[in-house]
Design a protein around this ligand. Structure first.
Ligand SMILES: [Zn+2]
Length: 446
């Protein structure tokens, strides 16, 4: 028996389809082989300009008899061909098969697809070099994500997502799920699941919008947690199947430290430190812009309108505050300079905010009046004059604390680590093949 890794990407169009659903169907087809892991759902660099809707790539890892590999590959290809939106513009599915252990070079490549921009040629070179079997439809751009899903083994921090899929007949109709039960579930499962709801706008995030086959998706820390959460939700329509994926969602896997502002490159998701040099100010559209600098240079940062109340924190920043900015880099355009699209900030040190008051009259105690620049002060009540009196500095309250600030969950990217996950970072994979991680129908209907 040999390990076989199957990577799939870019099967959905702008409006329809879902690579996770194809993966769910494949799990049923491949079920006679032992699984080596949960199916993996890997989110790639969210700042890539040609990304698909969610920029998700999928991998399935099984153990297989060598003489059966050809047959299994043909079956996988036929399924992807049948279920993907191949005829839609900008849908460029890719499938990659890798037998045996995953080479270090492919792991490095996989990290690049999450933190940087990679070209199709790099994927093709690795596919050839390591004798992978691969098939790309249309432009074949999906091969990048397919190889990346194989190489991203989620060995470090990871989370889980349970996705339930709708019956074909219901796709496009309103989702029959009791939203109150989702809020109740969120309260009961606090700390074990994340991004179920957005409390700032009291909005449910578990249910996607639009005509795709996903009924709901629950993100959490373990297989047990997402299953328990699912059972707490009141689902009032039939569920075709459900799958639990191991993912890099909510892990900050995309962010990399950049030592100096001058080294920031477009499209990178980064963490960088600097001090405020241009105070936050609003531009049309209620977007908040500020600039930070270090000894190497200066860069604009933007907290856009969808970040909501987060901007109420950011707008309190002043010159010389030391902060750490987390976000994706938007390239320079005709209208705007290169800009960090802020995902979070950490306030490292607050500058003191000083206001100056006139000194007090040493005779009668009233505040003196200035007689002009370097002309001294005069008391209006008793006529006392002083040439050497100076304004007295007075520190104002900042009404702001040092620490980490993250926008409300609706504004978070798939990869952004929410508050509730800090301190829960995992360091090893635990795969328990005896615990069911996919099934047909909803447990509620059995
Ligand atoms: Zn006086």
């Amino acid at each position: 028996m040999l390990p076989l890794h199957i990577g799939i990407d870019d099967t959905d169009s702008i409006t329809a389809g879902c690579t996770t659903y194809i993966t769910a169907r494949l799990l049923e087809k491949l079920n006679s082989w032992p699984y080596l892991d949960y199916p993996n759902l890997v989110r790639l660099n969210p700042n890539v300009p040609w990304k698909t809707r969610g920029n998700a790539a999928l991998a399935i890892r099984i153990c297989i008899d060598e003489d059966q590999i050809r047959w299994v590959m043909e079956d996988v290809i036929a399924t992807v061909e049948d279920l993907s939106q191949i005829h839609c513009p900008r849908t460029d599915p890719g499938i990659v098969f890798l037998m045996g252990a995953i080479p270090q070079e492919i792991k490095v490549f996989a990290r690049q697809t999450i933190q940087n921009i990679v070209r199709k040629k790099e994927a093709l070179d690795l596919i050839r070099h390591f004798n992978c079997e691969a098939i790309g439809f249309n432009s074949g751009r999906g091969l990048i994500g397919a190889l990346a899903a194989i190489g991203n083994t989620l060995e470090n921090d990871h989370t889980f997502e349970l996705i339930a899929y709708r019956n074909k007949d219901n796709i496009g109709k309103p989702r029959m799920v009791d939203t109150d039960s989702i809020f109740t579930m969120d309260t009961k499962m606090a700390g074990l699941t994340f991004n179920n709801v957005d409390y700032e706008k009291r909005r449910v995030l578990v249910l996607p919008r639009g005509p795709d086959p996903v009924l709901l998706g629950i993100r959490g820390e373990s297989v047990t947690a997402v299953k328990a959460a699912y059972h707490l939700i009141n689902v009032r329509e039939e569920v075709e199947r459900w799958v639990i994926f191991r993912t890099n969602q909510g892990t900050d896997a995309h962010l990399q430290n950049v030592e100096k502002i001058a080294r920031i490159k477009p499209y990178q998701p980064i963490i960088v430190q600097g001090s405020i040099v241009v105070n936050p100010h609003y531009i049309p559209g209620k977007h908040l812009i500020f600039s930070i600098e270090d000894e190497s240079g200066q860069i604009d940062c933007a907290a856009y309108e969808p970040t909501g109340k987060f901007r109420k924190i950011v707008e309190k920043l002043i010159q010389d505050d030391q902060i750490e900015v987390y976000g994706g880099v938007r390239p320079k355009s005709k209208r705007n300079p290169i800009t960090i699209n802020v995902e979070k900030i950490k306030i490292l040190t607050l500058a003191s905010k000083i206001s100056y008051r006139n000194p007090v009259c040493s005779i009668c105690g009233k505040h003196l009046k200035s007689m002009g620049w370097r002309k001294g002060f005069r008391c209006e009540r008793c006529g006392f004059k002083s040439l050497d009196a100076e304004k007295i500095p007075h520190e104002l309250s900042r009404n702001l604390q040092e620490g980490l600030y993250i926008p409300s969950s609706r504004a978070n990217r798939h990869l952004t680590k929410p508050f509730s996950r800090y301190g829960k970072e995992k360091i090893a994979i635990a795969f328990n093949p005896t615990e069911e991680f996919w099934g047909l129908n909803s447990p509620q209907f059995q």
